[in-house]
Unconditional design. Sequence first.
Length: 197
Amino acid sequence: MSRHPLWLPLLCWLWLFCCPPVQAAEIGVNNPRLEWSDDGYVLSADFNFDLNPRLEDAVNRGLMLTFVADFQLERERWYWLDEKIARRSLTYRLSYHALTRQYRLSRGVLHQSFDNLSAALAVLRRLRNWLVIEHKEDDVTPGARYQAMLRLRLDTTQLPRPFQISALGNKEWTLGSDWHTWTLVLPEAAVAGDAPQ
């Protein structure tokens, strides 16, 4: 009669949850920029990535993939932790509809249809005119220096439960970028109502 140590299952669980996560498939964040608009500052950026064969096959079989773009704006403080000025998240949903044989990319209540996956991904890679800093709601100071952060990630928590379990620790289901950080100064003219110089 073989006896298994009682600590063996515990060790397996500790290894599963305490080991560093599998390195995410790289998503490059390029050319982030904030531009003035009447409502506030809008963010544009380009993301550089492709779906691996597992994710592409999942979409083609009717599974919806949810991508989330996260933005943060912080102000440095020498006497305390950095002050968080704004936090925004933007959700994209990528899916394939077998009946119409078209791919659909949704952003909020808006959606676009495409004849092929490449065209849908081309739009997903181009973030344009996302309102991330509102003049009336966000406490921004003209001429102050801020630190902006942006990332894009595949949100596996939105997958059906069986796929969530399969995705746990599986690098084929891991797609995301590190936080891309840059320093910026909000122009005084723009906050006053003029176009930035």
